[in-house]
Design a binder for this molecule. Structure first.
Ligand SMILES: [Zn+2]
Length: 233
């Protein structure tokens, strides 16, 4: 049936049209997650730099304190006070060497953080460009599909006008229930949709070009190239 053929083309075009915004959304989500990743790397680097700055500050502070301790050492009057000051100096020197190690560690972390940020930026940028191109292609495809759809709709109006009103209403009802093929062939004397046996006389009429509505499933049963009567192979 011509109308069913037009409708299945309409369904195909409509499915393709629905696919386009879906694909676009996938690209947009991917881009958004890459931006989130970039921002995360950026924050991570900022935190490393901040904590590295704090280490350097602490080190300066201890350096000053140490210089102060060394000056005071000479002024110590008693052995005990001298000892206590030496302990303080030893403690401060230990603290300083710990900080030196930490500062070197932070330097490595910062280098790694910079590389990670650059990598995240590249991935994001690259995908942004790719997505822009893809979106352009998709927009172009959508335009073509819209034109096709308009033509098909016009064709549908034309084809529908040549179909018996009563049959058309029935057809539209079936199509609205969306149970797949609305028009089926006579298959070995049965309805090609639900396999209900069709009376011999009716089958003959179908083979002569009559359109028959299956009383069980409501589909149109017609004679097709691979149709056959009951008992035939
Ligand atoms: Zn049937």
């Amino acid at each position: 049936m011509l109308l069913q053929d037009v409708d299945s083309r309409i369904d195909r075009v409509s499915a393709e049209m629905n696919e386009i915004p879906r694909e676009k959304l996938i690209h947009e989500k991917e881009l958004a997650s890459q931006e989130v990743e970039y921002q995360r790397e950026k924050r991570k680097l900022e935190e490393i730099r901040e904590s590295s700055g704090k280490c350097i500050e602490s080190k300066k502070e201890i350096e000053n304190r140490l210089a102060d301790f060394k000056n005071k050492l000479l002024e110590m009057k008693t052995n005990e006070a001298y000892r206590a000051m030496l302990d303080q100096i030893e403690y401060a020197e230990k603290k300083m060497s710990d900080l030196d190690l930490e500062i070197i560690e932070k330097m490595y972390e910062e280098e790694q953080g910079e590389a990670d940020l650059e990598e995240a930026r590249k991935i994001w940028e690259r995908n942004k460009k790719r997505t822009e191109k893809r979106q352009e292609i998709l927009d172009g495809q959508l335009e073509v599909l819209k034109e096709n759809m308009e033509k098909l709709m016009e064709e549908r109006v034309e084809v529908s006008s040549e179909i018996n009103k009563r049959l058309l209403v029935k057809y539209e009802q079936l199509r609205a229930t969306d149970r797949g093929q609305v028009v089926v062939g006579l298959q070995k004397g049965t309805c090609g949709g639900c396999l209900t046996n069709i009376p011999q006389q009716t089958a003959v009429e179908i083979s002569q070009g009559e359109t028959y509505i299956c009383p069980i499933c409501g589909r149109f049963v017609i004679w097709t190239d691979d149709s056959s009567m009951a008992g035939a192979n």
